[in-house]
Design a protein. Structure first.
Length: 308
């Protein structure tokens, strides 16, 4: 039988329909960051697309609702979370008091740190969803506070060996976390949020699988709704309710993100990139990109090359 406190948590999870700003992955030139949650607390956000970084989120103080895929956790006790770049995640902050740390590190950083990569594969904290979240006891905090404080100091001081040291400290964090190994069961997630997750999962699958010979297949609100077996108006309504943006806006933003990635990271021609995201005519792609980004695709590619 559910206790009163448990019922309140379930109601909270079902009714937390507050607007969650959508966070997109940007192409900034850094390898690793260490941040204090006390100085820079996590804000409400929904990150529906693949990112180019992993995240370790250590919450020593604060309350919120964390969703990873369709697994939702009510966080009201110290917790450490290991997030993979491909996960659809959201955070709903429920308290003003925050403490702890978070570490972000890029995929390319992992490629340069093979020992860390082997440790991550061995411990499976990032790769297995049932291991992503570890609940901590008060007696577990001293050792984690120690390692994160060292990481923040190293990050702020920065020298030629900083990135090498940080990968060692992250291994210690994983080992310490596994010693506690209290993996909580997910809480109840609402049907609306499950449908939102299914939409973003489909959108990501469509966008991340495109190439010069396999352009995006579906790109309208009606096509996505039909694939999910729900009415377009309903899909629009729940996305607007939870994210503040409708289906078409999410599709447009995801195609723009993929366009930017291809412009920066590939040597494809503008015609090939435009075709891959659904524009048979390059001039239409140029118009779409400039209208939303403020630069033509060619100017965007050139400005990024000059900057970096």
């Amino acid at each position: 039988m559910l206790k009163t406190s448990d019922i309140e948590k379930v109601d909270l999870l079902r009714n937390s329909a507050d607007f969650l700003p959508v966070s997109h992955a940007y192409f900034e030139n850094w390898n690793i960051r260490v941040v204090s949650r006390k100085e820079d607390p996590c804000k409400n956000y929904l990150s529906p697309h693949r990112r180019d970084f992993y995240k370790i989120l250590y919450i020593s103080k604060g309350t919120g609702i964390l969703t990873i895929g369709t697994h939702t956790y009510y966080i009201d006790k110290p917790t450490i979370i290991f997030l993979h770049p491909n996960g659809i995640i959201s955070w709903k902050n429920l308290s003003d008091d925050s403490d702890g740390y978070y570490v972000l590190f890029k995929k390319r950083y992992l490629d340069e740190q093979p020992i860390l990569k082997v440790a991550m594969e061995k411990y499976e904290l990032f790769s297995k969803i049932e291991k992503n979240v570890i609940r901590l006891g008060e007696n577990d905090l001293d050792s984690l506070n120690h390692w994160f404080a060292i990481m923040l100091k190293q990050y702020e001081d920065q020298d030629g060996m900083t990135e090498d040291r940080l990968q060692t400290y992250m291994q210690m964090v994983m080992i310490e976390s596994l010693q506690f190994a209290n993996f909580p069961k997910p809480d109840i997630v609402s049907e609306e949020y499950r449908q939102i997750h299914d939409f973003f999962q489909l959108l990501e699958a469509e966008a991340s699988d495109i190439n010069r010979h396999n352009p995006v297949r579906i790109k309208t609100a009606k096509e996505f709704a039909n694939s999910l077996s729900i009415h377009p108006n309903y899909l629009n309504a729940i996305l607007k309710k939870y994210t503040g943006q409708n289906v078409s806006t999410h599709i447009k933003n995801r195609l723009l993100e993929e366009s930017k990635a291809l412009l920066i990271q590939s040597d494809w021609s503008l015609q090939e990139i435009g075709f891959s995201i659904g524009f048979a005519d390059q001039s239409n792609f140029n118009q779409f990109f400039k209208k939303n980004i403020g630069l033509t695709p060619q100017a965007f590619r050139k400005s990024y090359q000059i900057k970096h």
